[in-house]
Design a binder for this molecule. Sequence first.
Ligand code: GLY
Length: 567
Amino acid sequence: MLRNRLSLFIAIGTIILSSCQKNSSPTSVIGPLGDSAMVASAHPLSTQIGLQVLREGGNAFDAAVATHFALAVVYPRAGNVGGGGFALYRMKDGEIGSLDFREKAPARASRDMFLDEQGNIVDRLSIIGHKAAGVPGSVDGILKLYDQFGTKSLRELLAPAIDLATSGYAITQDQADEYNAKRDDFIQVNGPDFFLVKNEPWQEGDTVKYTELAGTLALIRDQGRSGFYEGIVADQIVKEMESGGGLISLDDLSGYSSKWRDPIVGNYRGYKVISMPPPSSGGVALLQLLQGSEKYDIPAMGHNTPETIHILTELERRVYADRATHLGDPDYYDVPVQMLLDPAYNKKRFSTIQKDKKTDSQDVKEGEVDIIESVQTTHFSIVDTYGNAVAITTTLNSYFGCKVYVDGAGFFLNNEMDDFSSKPGVPNQFGLIGDDANAIVPNKRMLSSMTPTIVEKDGNLKMVLGTPGGSTIITSVFQTIMNVVDHEMGMQEAVNANRTHSQWLPDRILIEERWTDGETIKKLEQLGHVIEYRKALGKMDCILLRADSTLEGGADYTRGDNYAEGF
Ligand code: GLY
């Protein structure tokens, strides 16, 4: 039945997306409502595929499987089988858990693998090409989640993704722009005959088929994880590695295993906040930020006023400095989670913040870099008719990962090795500095900022949140929670609101280009801040349980093709 409805989805998906994008004002809007279920994801087709599973009695985990594999087809810049990520869930009875399916360094990786003989970082070696790829975790993770909680057959859940990959679908303007922007990289890595390279620019409405990927998805459907980590696909990945100096071996693939981890839990103004533990820095940093912000009367200070932005920035600078020093893969480094979440520690840590002046920073050193490309990852949030909630953030890291498209298997590999600290003190593509905690070690997981988050109020589900955005993920989730809790916004309004970001180094505040309030910028500059503009910060996909028990979706349609729908 899913299959029969697919062409209808494709048609209505395009119509709904364009009408959503014409919504009059980015603020004061109410997102789509649902009485009992909701999906929010990066593309209308993946949302509608997940929603159809829920309509047919599937639970949130079934819908997550269908949505995840659909994203690999309709959102290939970040949706993936060649990447990794994190899943956070809350069952209808309040039980919570998280699954870490982050990529790992190949066994043949080494601490200095991205340095030249003089010990300097080799430009872009950790970003583009075969060496940049970590051992993919997504297929293992999504199937582990399915094995534990799924109720429908994999045949049913993968059918829509396989059909879309086989028949093709019409790309959006945003996707056309992406294919065009990455043309040179595609040629550099995959050659001039690569199927996403055309003589004429890609245009909205062009059809793209991922026929090789359909074959890989069919193997996963029929054989489960061994359809990807062993046999034909594993051979294709290793052959691809051998052709370009990559390190991933058959043993790396067959040995990959995702891990259940205890979520990070804290409180914010009477709400319980549940998020991802290391090797994501997301949960720890989010809860540190919320602890800091709770000490201020943010509602009285106002939304996006200079006073509020200044305080958030000062908190963020300190938390990201902690992140750089203390966070890494807990299986390889003793991450001081307890210390970082200790209210006494944070009280002291934030005690140097002044309301009327940017703190002088001894820590701002040389080596600042700009974010050299837009930050890509993707997140989806699901609430099912039974009351279960799932938040999944998954990534290839950069747009289309390391740009290597596995020949014959039809998917992009991640460039997650860049999320390690290649050299202590030297920033990665997000400008993030790292230390020993996040140095490259064989089989270790690289530090992440992905922050799938679930919020409870009075023992009930309240929000499901997450976003892409590299280092800006944490601050986007932080501000969106505050928008609802402190500024009493609905979900869509909270998502639409302008966002800022700062992260200690580079020492600046990022502001979205659409920001028009020059007075605020001027006041921030008077406080000593340096302002830089970015096209957009994050692409949130969130769900809110409203006071009347209906669900409100908040998808970032003003920043991307994101789309929420409920029933
Ligand atoms: N690759 C982005 C992140 O994991 O934070």
